[in-house]
Design a protein around this ligand. Structure first.
Ligand SMILES: Cc1cc2nc3c(=O)[nH]c(=O)nc-3n(C[C@H](O)[C@H](O)[C@H](O)COP(=O)(O)OP(=O)(O)OC[C@H]3O[C@@H](n4cnc5c(N)ncnc54)[C@H](O)[C@@H]3O)c2cc1C
Length: 508
Protein backbone atom coordinates (compact mmCIF):
# COMPACT_ATOMS: atom_id res chain seq x y z
CA UNK A 1 0.00 0.00 0.00
CA UNK A 2 1.19 3.51 -0.76
CA UNK A 3 0.18 6.85 0.72
CA UNK A 4 -2.92 8.13 -1.06
CA UNK A 5 -3.19 11.60 -2.53
CA UNK A 6 -6.39 12.74 -0.81
CA UNK A 7 -6.40 16.50 -1.38
CA UNK A 8 -4.84 17.70 -4.63
CA UNK A 9 -3.63 21.24 -5.30
CA UNK A 10 -4.65 22.84 -8.59
CA UNK A 11 -1.44 23.02 -10.68
CA UNK A 12 -2.92 25.61 -13.03
CA UNK A 13 -2.97 28.32 -10.35
CA UNK A 14 0.07 30.42 -9.39
CA UNK A 15 2.14 29.18 -6.45
CA UNK A 16 2.78 32.55 -4.91
CA UNK A 17 0.14 34.74 -3.26
CA UNK A 18 -0.26 38.23 -4.73
CA UNK A 19 2.20 40.73 -3.21
CA UNK A 20 0.80 42.45 -0.13
CA UNK A 21 -1.20 39.43 1.12
CA UNK A 22 -1.13 39.30 4.94
CA UNK A 23 -2.35 36.74 7.46
CA UNK A 24 -2.40 36.33 11.23
CA UNK A 25 -1.97 32.84 12.68
CA UNK A 26 -2.86 32.53 16.37
CA UNK A 27 -1.34 29.62 18.29
CA UNK A 28 2.15 28.27 17.55
CA UNK A 29 1.66 24.56 18.11
CA UNK A 30 1.94 21.99 15.32
CA UNK A 31 -1.20 23.33 13.62
CA UNK A 32 -0.30 27.03 13.72
CA UNK A 33 3.32 26.56 12.69
CA UNK A 34 2.28 24.23 9.84
CA UNK A 35 -0.14 26.90 8.58
CA UNK A 36 2.42 29.70 9.00
CA UNK A 37 5.08 27.66 7.16
CA UNK A 38 2.96 27.16 4.04
CA UNK A 39 1.78 30.79 4.04
CA UNK A 40 5.26 32.26 4.53
CA UNK A 41 6.68 30.09 1.72
CA UNK A 42 4.02 31.42 -0.64
CA UNK A 43 4.90 35.05 -0.03
CA UNK A 44 2.20 35.84 2.55
CA UNK A 45 3.33 38.28 5.27
CA UNK A 46 2.56 36.15 8.35
CA UNK A 47 2.27 37.30 11.95
CA UNK A 48 2.34 34.33 14.32
CA UNK A 49 0.88 35.12 17.75
CA UNK A 50 1.53 32.74 20.67
CA UNK A 51 0.40 33.09 24.30
CA UNK A 52 3.26 31.03 25.77
CA UNK A 53 6.88 32.12 25.95
CA UNK A 54 7.95 29.23 23.70
CA UNK A 55 6.69 27.73 20.46
CA UNK A 56 5.32 24.24 20.17
CA UNK A 57 2.15 24.10 22.27
CA UNK A 58 1.72 20.54 23.51
CA UNK A 59 4.88 19.54 21.61
CA UNK A 60 6.78 22.44 23.15
CA UNK A 61 9.95 22.27 25.26
CA UNK A 62 11.77 24.57 27.64
CA UNK A 63 15.03 24.51 29.67
CA UNK A 64 15.24 23.61 33.37
CA UNK A 65 18.29 23.77 35.63
CA UNK A 66 19.12 20.65 37.64
CA UNK A 67 20.48 20.79 41.21
CA UNK A 68 23.97 19.95 39.82
CA UNK A 69 23.78 23.17 37.76
CA UNK A 70 23.41 21.43 34.39
CA UNK A 71 20.69 22.57 32.01
CA UNK A 72 18.26 20.10 30.50
CA UNK A 73 15.35 20.77 28.18
CA UNK A 74 12.06 19.15 29.15
CA UNK A 75 9.18 18.60 26.78
CA UNK A 76 5.50 18.61 27.35
CA UNK A 77 6.01 14.90 26.93
CA UNK A 78 7.47 12.09 24.86
CA UNK A 79 5.92 12.07 21.39
CA UNK A 80 5.84 9.21 18.88
CA UNK A 81 6.32 10.49 15.34
CA UNK A 82 4.46 7.81 13.41
CA UNK A 83 5.58 7.10 9.87
CA UNK A 84 2.17 7.71 8.29
CA UNK A 85 2.29 11.34 9.51
CA UNK A 86 2.87 12.41 5.89
CA UNK A 87 1.90 16.06 6.29
CA UNK A 88 3.67 16.72 9.60
CA UNK A 89 6.82 15.02 8.28
CA UNK A 90 6.58 17.13 5.15
CA UNK A 91 6.56 20.28 7.30
CA UNK A 92 9.54 18.92 9.27
CA UNK A 93 11.44 18.25 6.01
CA UNK A 94 11.68 22.03 5.61
CA UNK A 95 14.23 22.05 8.45
CA UNK A 96 15.81 18.64 7.76
CA UNK A 97 15.10 17.22 4.27
CA UNK A 98 16.26 13.72 5.24
CA UNK A 99 14.54 13.79 8.67
CA UNK A 100 17.87 12.72 10.13
CA UNK A 101 16.92 14.31 13.44
CA UNK A 102 14.46 11.45 13.95
CA UNK A 103 15.58 8.01 15.05
CA UNK A 104 13.55 4.81 15.02
CA UNK A 105 12.22 3.70 18.39
CA UNK A 106 12.47 -0.09 18.49
CA UNK A 107 9.50 -2.06 19.73
CA UNK A 108 6.19 -0.87 21.14
CA UNK A 109 5.60 -3.02 24.22
CA UNK A 110 2.46 -2.83 26.30
CA UNK A 111 3.39 -3.88 29.85
CA UNK A 112 1.18 -4.86 32.76
CA UNK A 113 1.36 -6.41 36.21
CA UNK A 114 -1.30 -8.95 35.24
CA UNK A 115 -0.25 -10.16 31.82
CA UNK A 116 2.93 -10.88 29.84
CA UNK A 117 4.08 -7.97 27.67
CA UNK A 118 2.60 -7.48 24.23
CA UNK A 119 4.74 -5.96 21.47
CA UNK A 120 2.87 -3.94 18.88
CA UNK A 121 6.06 -2.88 17.11
CA UNK A 122 7.64 -4.46 14.05
CA UNK A 123 4.42 -5.85 12.56
CA UNK A 124 4.16 -6.09 8.76
CA UNK A 125 2.75 -2.96 7.21
CA UNK A 126 -0.14 -4.18 5.11
CA UNK A 127 -3.41 -5.64 6.33
CA UNK A 128 -4.34 -8.46 6.62
CA UNK A 129 -0.68 -9.46 7.19
CA UNK A 130 -0.41 -7.12 10.20
CA UNK A 131 -3.46 -8.75 11.80
CA UNK A 132 -2.25 -12.28 11.04
CA UNK A 133 1.20 -11.51 12.45
CA UNK A 134 -0.36 -10.01 15.58
CA UNK A 135 -2.35 -13.20 16.10
CA UNK A 136 0.65 -15.39 15.39
CA UNK A 137 2.93 -13.82 17.97
CA UNK A 138 0.52 -12.25 20.46
CA UNK A 139 0.36 -13.31 24.08
CA UNK A 140 -3.04 -11.61 24.36
CA UNK A 141 -4.81 -12.53 21.19
CA UNK A 142 -5.19 -16.27 20.66
CA UNK A 143 -8.11 -17.98 19.04
CA UNK A 144 -9.23 -19.05 22.55
CA UNK A 145 -9.26 -15.43 23.71
CA UNK A 146 -11.50 -14.64 20.77
CA UNK A 147 -13.80 -17.64 21.21
CA UNK A 148 -16.68 -15.60 22.64
CA UNK A 149 -16.00 -12.47 20.60
CA UNK A 150 -18.84 -10.57 19.01
CA UNK A 151 -18.14 -11.03 15.31
CA UNK A 152 -20.54 -8.30 14.17
CA UNK A 153 -18.96 -5.67 16.41
CA UNK A 154 -15.42 -6.93 15.73
CA UNK A 155 -16.04 -6.66 12.01
CA UNK A 156 -16.61 -2.93 12.51
CA UNK A 157 -12.85 -2.57 12.99
CA UNK A 158 -12.24 -3.99 9.52
CA UNK A 159 -15.14 -2.33 7.73
CA UNK A 160 -14.29 1.22 8.71
CA UNK A 161 -16.01 3.75 6.51
CA UNK A 162 -16.06 7.21 7.99
CA UNK A 163 -19.66 8.09 7.29
CA UNK A 164 -21.09 4.66 8.05
CA UNK A 165 -18.94 4.09 11.15
CA UNK A 166 -19.87 7.50 12.54
CA UNK A 167 -23.57 6.94 11.92
CA UNK A 168 -23.45 3.54 13.54
CA UNK A 169 -21.06 3.99 16.44
CA UNK A 170 -20.71 7.65 17.43
CA UNK A 171 -23.27 7.56 20.23
CA UNK A 172 -21.66 4.47 21.77
CA UNK A 173 -18.70 4.85 24.14
CA UNK A 174 -15.38 3.19 23.34
CA UNK A 175 -15.73 1.43 26.72
CA UNK A 176 -19.07 -0.11 25.74
CA UNK A 177 -17.71 -1.01 22.32
CA UNK A 178 -14.75 -2.82 23.90
CA UNK A 179 -16.96 -4.56 26.45
CA UNK A 180 -19.32 -5.51 23.61
CA UNK A 181 -16.46 -7.09 21.65
CA UNK A 182 -16.43 -9.78 24.37
CA UNK A 183 -12.75 -10.60 23.85
CA UNK A 184 -10.80 -11.87 26.87
CA UNK A 185 -9.85 -9.40 29.64
CA UNK A 186 -6.27 -9.81 28.53
CA UNK A 187 -6.93 -8.86 24.90
CA UNK A 188 -9.17 -5.95 25.94
CA UNK A 189 -6.71 -4.52 28.46
CA UNK A 190 -3.47 -5.14 26.59
CA UNK A 191 -4.54 -4.24 23.09
CA UNK A 192 -7.53 -1.95 23.12
CA UNK A 193 -7.73 -0.06 26.42
CA UNK A 194 -4.08 0.98 26.38
CA UNK A 195 -4.62 2.22 22.82
CA UNK A 196 -7.85 4.09 23.72
CA UNK A 197 -6.22 5.93 26.63
CA UNK A 198 -3.45 7.30 24.44
CA UNK A 199 -6.13 9.59 22.98
CA UNK A 200 -6.30 11.32 26.39
CA UNK A 201 -9.73 9.94 27.18
CA UNK A 202 -11.12 7.34 29.49
CA UNK A 203 -12.77 4.71 27.25
CA UNK A 204 -16.21 5.67 28.67
CA UNK A 205 -15.63 9.28 27.61
CA UNK A 206 -14.48 8.46 24.06
CA UNK A 207 -16.80 7.87 21.11
CA UNK A 208 -16.57 4.32 19.73
CA UNK A 209 -16.56 5.80 16.21
CA UNK A 210 -13.42 7.83 17.07
CA UNK A 211 -11.76 4.74 18.56
CA UNK A 212 -12.48 2.70 15.41
CA UNK A 213 -11.24 5.57 13.20
CA UNK A 214 -8.00 5.79 15.20
CA UNK A 215 -7.52 2.00 15.15
CA UNK A 216 -7.88 2.26 11.36
CA UNK A 217 -5.44 5.19 11.06
CA UNK A 218 -2.73 3.91 13.40
CA UNK A 219 -2.94 0.19 12.81
CA UNK A 220 -5.23 -1.52 10.33
CA UNK A 221 -4.77 0.84 7.36
CA UNK A 222 -1.32 2.14 8.18
CA UNK A 223 0.89 1.43 5.15
CA UNK A 224 4.01 2.13 7.24
CA UNK A 225 3.33 -0.44 9.98
CA UNK A 226 2.90 0.72 13.56
CA UNK A 227 6.54 1.78 13.94
CA UNK A 228 7.48 5.27 14.99
CA UNK A 229 10.44 7.60 15.40
CA UNK A 230 11.41 10.26 17.94
CA UNK A 231 13.86 13.17 17.88
CA UNK A 232 17.49 12.42 18.78
CA UNK A 233 17.60 15.59 20.84
CA UNK A 234 15.07 17.74 22.67
CA UNK A 235 12.14 19.28 20.78
CA UNK A 236 13.38 22.84 21.34
CA UNK A 237 16.64 22.29 19.46
CA UNK A 238 15.37 19.62 17.06
CA UNK A 239 12.14 21.27 15.95
CA UNK A 240 11.09 24.65 17.31
CA UNK A 241 14.26 26.73 17.05
CA UNK A 242 14.89 25.61 13.42
CA UNK A 243 11.23 26.14 12.44
CA UNK A 244 11.25 29.64 13.99
CA UNK A 245 14.42 30.42 12.02
CA UNK A 246 12.83 29.05 8.83
CA UNK A 247 9.78 31.26 9.33
CA UNK A 248 11.75 34.39 10.14
CA UNK A 249 13.92 33.83 7.05
CA UNK A 250 10.70 34.00 5.03
CA UNK A 251 9.61 37.25 6.56
CA UNK A 252 7.29 35.99 9.29
CA UNK A 253 6.92 37.95 12.53
CA UNK A 254 6.70 35.80 15.67
CA UNK A 255 5.13 37.33 18.78
CA UNK A 256 5.43 35.04 21.80
CA UNK A 257 4.06 35.74 25.31
CA UNK A 258 1.12 37.42 23.64
CA UNK A 259 -2.38 35.96 24.06
CA UNK A 260 -5.36 36.63 21.83
CA UNK A 261 -8.22 37.87 24.02
CA UNK A 262 -11.00 38.38 21.47
CA UNK A 263 -11.75 39.15 17.86
CA UNK A 264 -14.37 41.24 16.07
CA UNK A 265 -15.27 41.98 12.45
CA UNK A 266 -13.37 44.95 11.09
CA UNK A 267 -14.38 46.05 7.58
CA UNK A 268 -13.60 43.18 5.20
CA UNK A 269 -11.39 41.48 7.83
CA UNK A 270 -10.93 41.06 11.56
CA UNK A 271 -9.49 43.00 14.48
CA UNK A 272 -7.71 40.87 17.07
CA UNK A 273 -7.35 42.24 20.61
CA UNK A 274 -4.20 40.94 22.27
CA UNK A 275 -3.42 40.61 25.98
CA UNK A 276 -0.66 43.22 25.76
CA UNK A 277 -3.20 45.84 24.64
CA UNK A 278 -2.22 45.73 20.95
CA UNK A 279 -4.78 45.27 18.18
CA UNK A 280 -3.84 43.44 14.97
CA UNK A 281 -6.00 43.53 11.87
CA UNK A 282 -6.08 41.26 8.86
CA UNK A 283 -8.44 39.91 6.25
CA UNK A 284 -7.04 36.39 6.84
CA UNK A 285 -6.96 34.77 10.28
CA UNK A 286 -6.04 31.20 11.24
CA UNK A 287 -7.10 30.27 14.79
CA UNK A 288 -4.81 27.37 15.75
CA UNK A 289 -5.61 27.24 19.46
CA UNK A 290 -6.22 24.32 21.76
CA UNK A 291 -9.95 23.59 22.09
CA UNK A 292 -10.45 25.23 25.51
CA UNK A 293 -8.68 28.39 24.33
CA UNK A 294 -10.81 28.59 21.18
CA UNK A 295 -13.92 28.23 23.36
CA UNK A 296 -12.70 31.04 25.64
CA UNK A 297 -11.74 33.41 22.81
CA UNK A 298 -15.10 32.85 21.09
CA UNK A 299 -16.96 33.46 24.37
CA UNK A 300 -15.05 36.74 24.81
CA UNK A 301 -15.97 37.84 21.25
CA UNK A 302 -19.68 38.74 21.37
CA UNK A 303 -19.83 39.95 17.77
CA UNK A 304 -18.68 36.56 16.52
CA UNK A 305 -22.05 35.02 17.39
CA UNK A 306 -23.92 37.48 15.16
CA UNK A 307 -21.67 37.22 12.08
CA UNK A 308 -20.69 33.57 12.46
CA UNK A 309 -23.30 31.72 14.54
CA UNK A 310 -22.11 28.29 13.44
CA UNK A 311 -18.50 28.83 14.52
CA UNK A 312 -19.61 30.51 17.77
CA UNK A 313 -21.90 27.55 18.55
CA UNK A 314 -19.26 24.95 17.65
CA UNK A 315 -16.65 26.72 19.77
CA UNK A 316 -19.03 26.92 22.75
CA UNK A 317 -19.69 23.18 22.51
CA UNK A 318 -15.99 22.16 22.53
CA UNK A 319 -14.93 20.01 25.46
CA UNK A 320 -11.50 19.14 26.75
CA UNK A 321 -10.27 15.77 27.95
CA UNK A 322 -9.34 15.19 31.62
CA UNK A 323 -5.89 16.57 32.54
CA UNK A 324 -2.73 14.76 31.46
CA UNK A 325 0.12 14.53 33.94
CA UNK A 326 3.78 14.27 32.89
CA UNK A 327 6.67 13.60 35.29
CA UNK A 328 10.34 13.78 34.22
CA UNK A 329 12.58 11.94 36.68
CA UNK A 330 16.35 12.07 36.97
CA UNK A 331 17.21 8.90 38.91
CA UNK A 332 20.42 8.08 40.75
CA UNK A 333 20.69 4.60 39.14
CA UNK A 334 19.87 3.06 35.77
CA UNK A 335 16.90 0.81 35.05
CA UNK A 336 17.33 -2.77 33.89
CA UNK A 337 19.06 -3.11 30.50
CA UNK A 338 16.05 -5.01 29.13
CA UNK A 339 13.67 -2.04 29.49
CA UNK A 340 12.35 -0.69 26.18
CA UNK A 341 12.78 2.99 25.28
CA UNK A 342 9.00 3.45 25.30
CA UNK A 343 6.44 1.19 26.99
CA UNK A 344 2.70 1.65 27.11
CA UNK A 345 1.32 0.59 30.49
CA UNK A 346 -1.95 -1.25 30.93
CA UNK A 347 -4.06 -1.89 34.01
CA UNK A 348 -2.61 0.77 36.36
CA UNK A 349 -4.88 3.40 37.90
CA UNK A 350 -2.63 6.32 36.92
CA UNK A 351 0.45 5.36 34.89
CA UNK A 352 -0.14 5.03 31.13
CA UNK A 353 3.39 5.03 29.72
CA UNK A 354 7.05 5.17 30.64
CA UNK A 355 9.91 6.38 28.45
CA UNK A 356 13.59 5.85 29.18
CA UNK A 357 14.80 9.26 27.97
CA UNK A 358 18.43 8.43 28.62
CA UNK A 359 18.11 5.71 25.94
CA UNK A 360 16.22 8.03 23.60
CA UNK A 361 17.81 11.45 23.29
CA UNK A 362 21.40 12.65 23.48
CA UNK A 363 21.21 15.32 26.25
CA UNK A 364 19.62 12.83 28.68
CA UNK A 365 22.04 10.09 27.58
CA UNK A 366 24.96 12.43 28.33
CA UNK A 367 23.61 13.23 31.80
CA UNK A 368 23.17 9.50 32.47
CA UNK A 369 26.71 8.70 31.26
CA UNK A 370 28.19 11.40 33.47
CA UNK A 371 26.23 10.50 36.61
CA UNK A 372 25.55 6.76 36.30
CA UNK A 373 21.83 7.53 36.63
CA UNK A 374 18.98 7.54 34.14
CA UNK A 375 16.20 9.83 32.97
CA UNK A 376 12.62 8.58 32.81
CA UNK A 377 9.35 10.19 31.83
CA UNK A 378 6.01 8.98 33.17
CA UNK A 379 2.67 9.88 31.58
CA UNK A 380 -0.91 9.71 32.74
CA UNK A 381 -3.14 10.54 29.78
CA UNK A 382 -6.61 10.98 31.24
CA UNK A 383 -6.09 11.69 34.90
CA UNK A 384 -9.25 12.62 36.75
CA UNK A 385 -7.30 13.13 40.03
CA UNK A 386 -4.16 15.08 39.07
CA UNK A 387 -3.32 15.92 42.71
CA UNK A 388 -0.74 13.39 43.85
CA UNK A 389 -0.78 11.69 40.44
CA UNK A 390 2.98 12.00 39.99
CA UNK A 391 3.60 10.15 43.28
CA UNK A 392 1.11 7.48 42.31
CA UNK A 393 2.83 7.02 38.92
CA UNK A 394 6.19 6.59 40.66
CA UNK A 395 4.70 3.96 43.00
CA UNK A 396 3.01 2.11 40.15
CA UNK A 397 6.27 2.12 38.17
CA UNK A 398 8.08 0.56 41.15
CA UNK A 399 5.59 -2.32 41.05
CA UNK A 400 6.26 -2.85 37.34
CA UNK A 401 10.00 -2.13 37.34
CA UNK A 402 11.14 -3.09 40.88
CA UNK A 403 14.65 -1.71 40.29
CA UNK A 404 13.21 1.84 40.47
CA UNK A 405 11.90 1.36 44.05
CA UNK A 406 13.92 3.34 46.56
CA UNK A 407 16.29 4.86 43.97
CA UNK A 408 17.20 8.50 44.74
CA UNK A 409 15.36 11.15 42.72
CA UNK A 410 18.11 13.59 41.77
CA UNK A 411 15.51 15.88 40.26
CA UNK A 412 11.89 15.72 39.23
CA UNK A 413 9.67 18.00 37.11
CA UNK A 414 5.89 17.43 37.33
CA UNK A 415 3.36 19.18 35.15
CA UNK A 416 -0.29 18.83 34.38
CA UNK A 417 -2.56 20.49 31.85
CA UNK A 418 -6.01 20.01 30.39
CA UNK A 419 -5.55 21.15 26.81
CA UNK A 420 -6.27 17.93 24.91
CA UNK A 421 -9.56 17.66 23.05
CA UNK A 422 -12.29 15.26 24.11
CA UNK A 423 -14.22 13.21 21.55
CA UNK A 424 -17.18 12.17 23.69
CA UNK A 425 -19.92 9.85 22.47
CA UNK A 426 -22.45 11.73 20.36
CA UNK A 427 -20.11 14.60 19.47
CA UNK A 428 -19.56 13.84 15.76
CA UNK A 429 -20.47 16.80 13.61
CA UNK A 430 -20.28 19.29 16.49
CA UNK A 431 -16.62 20.33 16.01
CA UNK A 432 -15.56 23.13 13.69
CA UNK A 433 -14.01 22.37 10.32
CA UNK A 434 -11.12 24.29 8.77
CA UNK A 435 -13.49 26.60 6.89
CA UNK A 436 -15.95 28.50 9.01
CA UNK A 437 -18.94 30.78 8.52
CA UNK A 438 -16.76 33.66 9.76
CA UNK A 439 -15.51 34.86 6.36
CA UNK A 440 -11.72 35.01 6.46
CA UNK A 441 -11.38 32.95 9.69
CA UNK A 442 -10.03 29.40 9.48
CA UNK A 443 -9.61 26.96 12.36
CA UNK A 444 -6.82 24.40 12.75
CA UNK A 445 -5.85 21.94 15.48
CA UNK A 446 -5.99 18.31 16.52
CA UNK A 447 -9.72 18.58 17.34
CA UNK A 448 -10.78 20.16 14.04
CA UNK A 449 -12.83 18.15 11.52
CA UNK A 450 -10.45 17.12 8.74
CA UNK A 451 -11.53 15.85 5.32
CA UNK A 452 -9.43 12.70 5.88
CA UNK A 453 -8.87 10.27 8.74
CA UNK A 454 -5.85 11.27 10.82
CA UNK A 455 -5.04 11.84 14.49
CA UNK A 456 -3.09 13.90 17.04
CA UNK A 457 -0.03 15.70 15.59
CA UNK A 458 -0.93 14.67 12.05
CA UNK A 459 -4.45 16.04 12.42
CA UNK A 460 -2.99 19.30 13.71
CA UNK A 461 -0.60 19.52 10.73
CA UNK A 462 -3.23 18.50 8.14
CA UNK A 463 -5.75 21.09 9.34
CA UNK A 464 -2.94 23.67 9.58
CA UNK A 465 -1.81 23.27 5.97
CA UNK A 466 -5.44 23.10 4.79
CA UNK A 467 -6.16 26.38 6.61
CA UNK A 468 -3.20 27.90 4.76
CA UNK A 469 -4.49 26.39 1.49
CA UNK A 470 -7.86 28.04 2.09
CA UNK A 471 -6.20 31.44 2.50
CA UNK A 472 -4.25 30.79 -0.72
CA UNK A 473 -7.44 29.75 -2.54
CA UNK A 474 -9.09 33.03 -1.57
CA UNK A 475 -6.25 35.04 -3.09
CA UNK A 476 -6.09 32.90 -6.25
CA UNK A 477 -2.99 30.80 -5.46
CA UNK A 478 -2.70 27.02 -5.54
CA UNK A 479 -3.14 24.96 -2.37
CA UNK A 480 -1.24 21.93 -1.09
CA UNK A 481 -1.25 18.20 -1.83
CA UNK A 482 -2.27 16.19 1.22
CA UNK A 483 -1.55 12.46 1.50
CA UNK A 484 -3.07 9.96 3.88
CA UNK A 485 -3.78 6.33 4.62
CA UNK A 486 -6.51 4.41 2.72
CA UNK A 487 -9.76 5.87 3.91
CA UNK A 488 -11.81 2.68 4.13
CA UNK A 489 -11.30 -0.60 5.95
CA UNK A 490 -10.15 -3.80 4.29
CA UNK A 491 -13.66 -5.25 4.35
CA UNK A 492 -15.63 -2.03 3.88
CA UNK A 493 -18.23 -2.50 1.20
CA UNK A 494 -19.20 -6.03 2.21
CA UNK A 495 -22.97 -6.44 2.58
CA UNK A 496 -23.73 -5.08 6.01
CA UNK A 497 -27.47 -4.97 6.54
CA UNK A 498 -27.54 -8.01 8.80
CA UNK A 499 -24.63 -6.61 10.83
CA UNK A 500 -26.38 -3.28 11.28
CA UNK A 501 -29.47 -5.00 12.50
CA UNK A 502 -27.52 -7.09 14.99
CA UNK A 503 -25.72 -4.06 16.38
CA UNK A 504 -28.84 -1.92 16.42
CA UNK A 505 -30.62 -4.48 18.59
CA UNK A 506 -27.87 -4.63 21.19
CA UNK A 507 -28.85 -2.74 24.39
CA UNK A 508 -25.68 -0.66 24.64
C1 LIG B 1 1.96 14.24 27.14
C2 LIG B 1 1.57 14.24 25.69
C3 LIG B 1 1.96 13.20 24.86
C4 LIG B 1 1.58 13.19 23.53
N1 LIG B 1 2.01 12.18 22.71
C5 LIG B 1 1.71 12.22 21.39
C6 LIG B 1 2.25 11.24 20.50
O1 LIG B 1 2.97 10.34 20.92
N2 LIG B 1 1.94 11.34 19.17
C7 LIG B 1 1.14 12.33 18.68
O2 LIG B 1 0.90 12.40 17.47
N3 LIG B 1 0.61 13.26 19.51
C8 LIG B 1 0.87 13.22 20.84
N4 LIG B 1 0.35 14.17 21.68
C9 LIG B 1 -0.65 15.10 21.13
C10 LIG B 1 0.01 16.25 20.39
O3 LIG B 1 0.87 16.95 21.26
C11 LIG B 1 -1.08 17.20 19.90
O4 LIG B 1 -1.99 16.48 19.08
C12 LIG B 1 -0.54 18.35 19.06
O5 LIG B 1 0.65 18.88 19.60
C13 LIG B 1 -1.62 19.43 19.01
O6 LIG B 1 -1.15 20.54 18.29
P1 LIG B 1 -2.09 21.80 18.09
O7 LIG B 1 -1.31 22.78 17.32
O8 LIG B 1 -3.41 21.35 17.53
O9 LIG B 1 -2.44 22.32 19.56
P2 LIG B 1 -1.49 22.93 20.70
O10 LIG B 1 -0.18 22.25 20.68
O11 LIG B 1 -2.29 22.88 21.95
O12 LIG B 1 -1.27 24.43 20.24
C14 LIG B 1 -2.15 25.48 20.55
C15 LIG B 1 -1.31 26.70 20.82
O13 LIG B 1 -2.18 27.81 21.05
C16 LIG B 1 -1.62 28.59 22.08
N5 LIG B 1 -2.66 29.42 22.67
C17 LIG B 1 -3.67 29.05 23.49
N6 LIG B 1 -4.44 30.10 23.78
C18 LIG B 1 -3.93 31.16 23.11
C19 LIG B 1 -4.31 32.51 22.99
N7 LIG B 1 -5.41 32.99 23.60
N8 LIG B 1 -3.55 33.33 22.23
C20 LIG B 1 -2.45 32.87 21.58
N9 LIG B 1 -2.05 31.58 21.67
C21 LIG B 1 -2.79 30.74 22.41
C22 LIG B 1 -1.08 27.55 23.05
O14 LIG B 1 -0.13 28.13 23.95
C23 LIG B 1 -0.45 26.57 22.07
O15 LIG B 1 0.88 26.90 21.77
C24 LIG B 1 0.74 14.22 23.01
C25 LIG B 1 0.36 15.27 23.85
C26 LIG B 1 0.77 15.29 25.17
C27 LIG B 1 0.34 16.43 26.04
Amino acid sequence: MRPRLLVAADPSLPRQAPPGTEAIVVGAGVAGVSAATVLAERGVAVTLVEAAATLGGRLGAWPVTLPDGSEQVVEHGFHAFFRQYYTWRDVLRRIDPGLGFLRPVEGYPVISRRFPPEDLGGLPAAPPLNLLALFARSASLTLRDLAGADVALGTELLTFDRHRTTTLLDTMSAGDFLAGLRVSDRAREMLFEAFARSFFCDPQGLSAAELVAMFHFYFLANPEGIGFDAPRTDHLHAIWAPLAEYLRARGATIRTGCALRSLRPDGPGWALELGDGATLTSRHVVLALDPGALRDVAAASPELASVAPRLAGQAAALTTAPPFVVTRLWLGADVDASRAVFSAVSGEATLDSVTVYSRLEEPSARWARETGGCVLELHSYACTEPDGAADRMVAELAALWPETAGVAHVHRVDRSDATAPAFPPGSAGTRPGVRTDARGVRVAGDFVEAPLVCGLMERAAVTGVLAAADVLAEVGATGVDVYGVPQRGLLAGLPSRARHRAIGQRPL
